[in-house]
Design a protein around this ligand. Structure first.
Ligand SMILES: Cc1ncc(COP(=O)(O)O)c(C=O)c1O
Length: 326
């Protein structure tokens, strides 16, 4: 018989899928690392379980404890799966720009969800960073995960996602392209791949309203770069410890409209029913096309599933109201 001991045993070993129509302007072989095959439908399952295991090993998370995290949904889902199997309580603190679907999904897997305003400074007491931290101080036997600065996040991708991509491409990968939020995915995968072959180029996808691209290029943390944006999952108004700027070769920024339009194109042209950051990554890939030659093997990682965006990107009225309709 062949079965997993529990749902956590099904995390990882996701497929690589060749892309065609949407990238027809690119001559290189472009492969999608299709992370929605994880049980929580996102790449974040990998790092969520790794962070729980690290906290257990360090004695920060104890029997019957409460896990508290500020999460846009996907990390919360992964943590919730871990909490169910390992017997912890789970509180997710989210910002009010997150899709209703993501919040309902968290509740479905037993999380208590606390919603905070998006349009405040990170150090404002109402922000979801501050609220998560404060709740962790006030809740007995609790552990604040902090996916931004918790380096078990990067380690998960160094130990699983990176080696999978290297093995699946038979060591032929030349470029890795991925959206950057906490930075765990790009830093862990990038570090592993560059250790195997230092010539592999690592490209981050950023969004307008985020500090990453300018910081990478100039070393300046420019507050003028920060303003509210629609794209979910990528870009930041802080510098998370998980972003290792040294292993990143460059960033390209994608607009909210392009991210939304390309999310829909992925579904219609490739049959890839994916989340908002996948559209940003696909458009970013096209923006980078002059960096690729016909012998290159480019891997782009898609983080999460389309089901969490049916009330937004996949809703015609919502697209029209945002001025994104084409
Ligand atoms: C949908 C989505 N895309 C991209 C990212 C960015 O991934 P990372 O945090 O590993 O940089 C996240 C992270 O929250 C996400 O939820």
């Amino acid at each position: 018989m062949e079965y997993a001991e529990n749902i956590l045993g099904t995390i990882g070993n996701t497929p690589l899928v060749k892309m065609s129509k949407i990238i027809e302007d690119i001559e290189a072989l472009v492969l999608a690392k299709y992370e929605t095959f994880n049980p929580g439908n996102s790449v974040k399952d990998r790092m969520a379980i790794k962070m729980i295991e690290a906290a257990e090993a360090e004695g920060k998370l104890k029997s019957g404890g409460t896990i508290i995290e500020g999460t846009s949904g996907n990390t919360g889902m992964g943590l919730a799966l871990g909490a169910i199997i390992k017997g912890y309580k789970m509180i997710c603190v989210v910002s009010d720009k997150q899709s209703k679907e993501k919040i309902d999904v968290l509740k479905a897997v037993g999380c208590e969800v606390v919603i905070c305003p998006t349009d405040v400074e990170p150090d404002d007491p109402q922000s979801y960073y501050s609220t998560a931290k404060r709740m962790a101080e006030e809740t007995p036997n609790s552990w604040y995960v902090n996916q931004y600065d918790n380096l078990a996040n990067t380690k998960a991708h160094y130990e699983s996602t990176g080696p999978e991509i290297w093995r699946q491409t038979d060591g032929k990968i030349t470029h890795f392209v991925v959206g950057v939020g906490t930075g765990g995915t790009i830093s862990g995968v990038g570090k592993y791949l560059k250790e195997q072959n230092p010539n592999i180029k690592i490209w981050g996808i950023d969004t307008y309203g985020s500090v990453f691209k300018k910081y990478h290029e100039t070393g300046i943390f420019d507050k003028n770069e920060i303003y509210p944006y629609i794209t979910e999952g990528i870009g930041e108004d802080i510098l998370p410890k998980n972003v290792d700027f040294d292993i990143i070769d460059g960033f390209t920024k994608v607009t909210d409209k392009d991210a939304a339009v390309y999310t829909r194109k992925l579904a219609r042209e490739e049959g890839f029913f994916l989340g908002n950051s996948a559209g940003a990554a696909a458009k970013g890939l096209l923006q980078l096309k002059n960096h690729f030659t016909k012998d290159d093997v480019v891997v782009v990682l898609f983080h999460d599933h389309g089901s969490r965006y049916v009330g937004k990107i996949y809703n015609d009225e919502w697209m029209k109201n945002q001025g994104f309709w084409e």
